[in-house]
Structures are given as C-alpha cells and as structure tokens.
Design a protein around this ligand. Structure first.
Ligand code: NDP
Ligand code: 8X3
Length: 253
C-alpha cells in the first residue's frame, strides 16, 4: 500500500465521519472505528467506490478495554503501518450540577473520552515507535481549556485529554512522532443529541442564533495539520465559530 494510513476512532458520525471523507478524497487509506456496524459498513462501501481507497472497519465499544484490545490487535500486518491516529471518539452525557448529575453519565464520559483514548494509544503508539514516525491527533475541546457550570466531568475529561496529549508529545518526540491537540468550540454534529439523550428539541437550541462549526471545518483543519512538512508539528489548536468567543460567550441574533 503506497497511500498513507489513518486510523480514526468514532468515524460513524460528525467530526470523525467528515475527516474520513476528506482524507479518503486526499488519497489516504483508512481504518475506521465505532459501535454502529451498519454505518461503518455502508461508509466503507461509499468510500471505496467513490475514491478507490481501501477501508478497514473495526466495530467495538472503546470503553471496554478487552474489546478495544482485541479489535486493534486484529489489524492485519499490512495495515499496521499507521501514519496517523485520530483519537476522536467521545461524548458529553448530560449537563447537570455535581450534586445531582447521573453517575452513569460521568462513567460514560470518563471511560470513552479518557480511557478509550488511552487504550487505543497504548496499542498504536508502539507500532509508530517501531517505525520511528507517525502523527497522533487528540480531539480535546474548548471545554478542556475553560470549565463551565454543569459540565464538570465533560470539562474534566477534555482537560485530561489536553494534559495527556502534552505528555505524549514530550514522550514521543524522540521517536519522530508528532502529537497535535485540537480543541474545537461548538460543532454541529450528533454531539448535542447525544448529550441530551436524544432530546432533539433541546439539542437544536444549542446552535440557535449563530452559525456553529461543521464537522467539515474540523476535517479541513485536520487535513492541514497532517499535511505539514516533516519538520513542522502543529502542537495545540483552538478553533471556534466566529460568533463564539469562549465556552459561554455567544453572539446570538
Ligand atoms: P458525534 O456524536 O457526532 O460523534 C461521536 C463519534 O464517537 C461517533 O462516531 C461515535 O460512534 C463515537 N463514539 C462515541 N462513544 C463511543 C464508544 N463508546 N465506542 C466507540 N465509539 C464511540 O460527536 P462529534 O463528532 O461532535 O464528537 C467527536 C469528538 O469531538 C468528541 O471527542 C467530542 O468530545 C469532540 N468535540 C465535539 C465538539 C462539538 O461541539 N461537537 C466540540 C469539541 C470537541 P458510535 O456511536 O457509532 O459508537
Ligand atoms: C464540545 C463543546 O462547549 O459543549 O466539546 O463543551 S462544549
């Protein structure tokens, strides 16, 4: 395989989906993960027929260590030359204060956003070290830079992603491996629908009165980041809608 290989976690929707689409258009082969098997299968078919790239799909729940290990260790040898790992799978669950939030929501966020990212990186990074190269992109959030009320655990997980990412960068630098943290503001994906447990009405209110980022905006940023020359590492990127100036400041019309 002459094309570069990118592994994207959480490619069935939103940022991961749009990034897969754009990387396929730009001559990457892809390893795509997520829990929704039918989406992965139809996406693979679409990408392979539209862009003549090769796509390997892995269906697993990233919260479950053994499932993640089994799926990633099943990657055939010819696919293990992973050039780019995009740790994207993640979620917010609920928006509630510390005294009444649902503990199951907290566990889902911690297990997905922090532990899933760690399980994945623990398996893929040694393969990159062996090849003395690669690029890991960790999707954090504005919520990792600024905590907001009712978001303690989501903000905590994204703050953890940024902190882990900084250590990774230092640890992996001697092996020629790049590490980039990308922190988006509001992106209109399935994110809010998931956060509000399927409440469409509440989810749509999040983006009322301003134009949010799209998954494609983040995909284009990722494409820029992964196509810099070998000596350039984009370390830490905050990307916001024009009408969002902080986690809580929006200019809504
Ligand atoms: P979406 O809900 O649209 O997509 C989330 C993706 O993560 C899906 O492909 C989903 O796949 C996957 N995923 C979630 N939980 C699991 C799990 N347990 N196991 C495997 N895969 C999982 O959201 P976004 O695209 O917006 O989110 C992508 C990342 O961007 C997240 O880390 C999020 O925190 C971050 N982010 C989002 C922002 C936003 O405003 N949208 C802003 C800043 C950061 P499936 O359900 O098939 O398993
Ligand atoms: C998603 C953006 O502001 O809802 O990470 O936390 S926010």
């Amino acid at each position: 395989m002459n094309r570069k290989i990118a592994l994207i976690t959480g490619a069935t929707a939103g940022i991961g989906y749009e990034t897969a689409l754009l990387l396929a258009q730009n001559n990457f082969n892809l390893i795509l993960t997520g829990r929704r098997k039918e989406r992965l299968e139809s996406f693979k078919e679409k990408l392979e027929s539209s862009f003549s790239c090769q796509v390997l799909i892995l269906c697993f729940d990233i919260r479950i260590k053994t499932d993640t290990e089994t799926a990633l260790n099943s990657i055939p040898d010819k696919w293990r030359k992973i050039d780019i790992l995009i740790n994207n799978a993640g979620l917010a669950a609920g928006l509630a204060p510390i005294n009444s939030a649902d503990v199951d929501d907290w566990e889902a966020m911690i297990d997905t956003n922090i532990k899933g990212l760690l399980y994945t990186t623990r398996i893929i990074s040694p393969w990159m070290i062996e090849r003395q190269g690669g690029h890991i992109i960790n999707i954090s959030s504005i919520a990792g830079k600024e905590s907001y009320p009712n978001g303690s655990v989501y903000c905590g997980t994204k703050s953890a992603v940024s902190a882990i990412s900084k250590s990774m960068r230092i640890e992996l630098m001697p092996f020629g491996i790049k590490v980039t943290t990308i922190a988006p503001g509001a992106v209109d994906t399935e994110f809010s629908l998931v956060r509000f447990h399927g409440d469409q009405e509440r989810a749509s209110q999040v983006y009322n009165g301003f134009t949010p980022l799209s998954g494609k905006d983040i995909a284009e940023t990722i494409l820029f980041v992964v196509t810099r020359p070998t000596h350039v590492n984009i370390d830490d990127l905050l990307i916001m809608p024009t009408n969002q100036a902080s986690a809580r400041d929006f200019n809504r019309k």
